[in-house]
Design a protein around this ligand. Structure first.
Ligand code: ADP
Length: 370
């Protein structure tokens, strides 16, 4: 398991332990250093950048457990092994919790030391390999996303613009029949651009990343912005968007951009699947430690047998009759709500309307994220 540059640091207040370990390691060809206390050890970690650190648990001053915690902060790829004369189950468990990868009880002989060292360095290689694969996966995903957005979206947007120029009569007159066909082609291109946009949004939602970015968030400003944003769509469809939200709501642990996307999606659906002169209501209230947001509409509704599928990727009710939509909106909504440890439910009655209820767990802190 040993490679040319493997570097080992031993942090122990007993000089003879340090010396005897050093002897073994030097003989085996490792680069090795020693420190007799935690503070010196941490300084040497920063200087030497070791791959493996042996840490004595009982030392005067900074304890081994504290050293372990600091090591992870300095470099999470460093593996540490705990050495102690008082090997109890409790101390082993405590050390493992601080991510020590092994335990070496005193006294130990050179073979035992070599065995633990080999195992620990193997572990480090696995950590490095896992990190490398994860980074490569992220890079591939990002490359793919930007490739799709450039290679597919850019030419489509150019085509869309040419259609506008031709339809606007700027390059000569267009007969009614041609206009009709060009208009239909333009609608298809618009759909494709929308599909690519939603698909890119979908690909970008990385649940793990989202969870790491959650901050105390107030939903009121997010919800209040929606009617303005969707004003023209609502007018076009002759649908009223109403608000029924209190002055204050508890904060939730959230990501503003994706939550905004969720509520916009739901209200937009409420408008698009509505009837002439219909309503969409955005309501919010506290319920048993959750902030509950309800988006209800007086629209066409969804039949009971379709309801279980509407959150699936690309699922659309009556896709054959449709020229709009992608079937991705609700799938994005569900993914975002799941990443917020929330819940989404839907009830609907064909011909009467649909209610989407979202529950997000409240938090007590009152820091602003608007
Ligand atoms: P789309 O892009 O087709 O709207 P969504 O994932 O947002 O995709 O929705 C999936 C399907 O669920 C839609 O195609 C539509 O048939 C149905 N749907 C969603 N919201 C509503 C609603 N408020 N009222 C009626 N049907 C809805």
């Amino acid at each position: 398991m040993k490679t040319e540059n493997d570097k080992i640091l031993i942090i122990d207040d007993e000089q003879y332990i340090c010396d005897s370990c050093r002897q073994v390691f030097v003989k085996d060809g490792y680069q090795v250093d020693i420190a007799n206390d935690g503070i010196t050890g941490l300084r040497k970690i920063k200087e030497l950048k070791p791959h493996l650190v042996f840490v004595d648990l009982k030392m005067p001053g900074m304890s081994g457990m504290e050293v372990l915690e600091e090591i992870k902060k300095i470099d999470p790829t460093i593996v540490s092994v705990v050495i102690t004369g008082y090997a109890t189950i409790e101390s082993a468990v405590e050390a493992m919790k601080r991510e020590a990868c092994d335990f070496l009880p005193k006294p130990f002989n050179p073979d035992e030391l070599r065995l633990v060292t080999g195992r620990a360095l193997k572990r480090r290689k696995l950590i490095l390999e896992t990190n490398r694969i994860r980074e490569e996966k992220d890079r591939m995903k990002e490359n793919f996303i930007s490739m799709v957005s450039h290679q597919l979206r850019t030419p489509l947007v150019a085509v869309q613009q040419y259609f506008e120029v031709i339809l606007g009569g700027m390059v000569g007159s267009v007969s009614e029949e041609q206009k009709n066909m060009l208009n239909r082609s333009k609608i298809r291109i618009d759909e494709l651009i929308r599909l690519i946009k939603e698909w890119l949004d979908f690909a970008k939602i990385d649940a793990n990343k989202l969870v790491s970015e959650l901050k105390p968030t107030d939903l009121i400003p997010i919800l209040s912005r929606i009617p303005d944003t969707l004003q023209s769509l609502a007018k076009q469809n002759n649908v009223n968007v109403k608000m029924d939200i209190p002055k204050n709501l508890a904060f939730i642990s959230g990501n503003v951009n994706t939550l905004e996307q969720v509520f916009l999606n739901l209200v937009e659906n409420g408008i698009r699947y509505n009837i002439d002169g219909g309503n969409v209501t955005i309501a919010a209230q506290m319920e048993n430690g959750y902030v509950k947001v309800e988006i209800s509409d007086t629209g066409i509704g969804i039949s009971q047998h379709e309801l279980p599928f509407i959150f699936d990727q690309f699922y659309q009710v009556n896709p054959g009759n449709r020229t709009d939509g992608t079937g991705l909106g609700l799938c994005i909504v569900k993914r975002v709500i799941d990443a917020h440890s929330g819940e989404i439910k839907v009830t609907s009655e064909p011909g009467r309307g649909t209610v989407f209820s979202i529950l997000l767990p409240e938090i007590k802190e009152e820091k602003n994220e608007r």
